[in-house]
Design a protein around this ligand. Sequence first.
Ligand code: SF4
Length: 235
Amino acid sequence: MLNARIVGCEACPRLRAHSKTVAQMKRRAYLDWEYWGRPVPSFGDEKARVLALGLAPGAHGSNRTGRPFTGDGSGEFLYPVLHAAGFASQPAATRRDDGMKLKDLWITSVVRCAPPGNKPTTEELRNCSHWLDEEIKLLRNLRVVVCLGRIAFDGLLAYEARAARLTSRAGFVFAHGAEHKLPSGLMAIASYHPSLQNTNTGRLTRAMLLKIFNRAGKLAGCEEFGMRRGRDGRD
Ligand code: SF4
């Protein structure tokens, strides 16, 4: 099982040390938590047609809870949007065992261990890239990738280059809402990352992110999409 291998990965000494240190030190508000402190496995529906690709685990978010975007401000912004768009069974993501189920969506990131300052090095991004290759290979129904932030967008282009399909990045420009048909046949949609830096400043609003995921569902041809839009998922 791929996630079991990811959880045991030790390829980046700096990131492994940082994740463990954060897990031992803890934040005051989470002193009663046993932090995850390991590489964070991906999460979702193995039959997903849409992939949400993030940057890396948050130190006190998924590095604490062990599930992508769970337990921090980014997730508090993202999951209600996923729920409204019909991809998530509930709006609140608080812990691994909170009952959340995803439909037609898989969530992963280009780096799977919490980096200091949310900034992985080029080498760490490279180390972690083969996990993305393996995941995309396993997601046989995948059609659309929502890239949450520029680094995720670059990570997807790097995947396309590794797969020997993309020879030039010319024309593949990151901009919120930009759509790119990739040589592999996947469709990429770029979005600002739902970090507090973006959401607290209004650079990324709920309506903007909802529009992205509604569009992803539509492009992916999700069967239930008409029903999904019956919630507050109108764009
Ligand atoms: S960031 Fe990726 S490659 Fe590096 S140790 Fe974590 S899981 Fe392994």
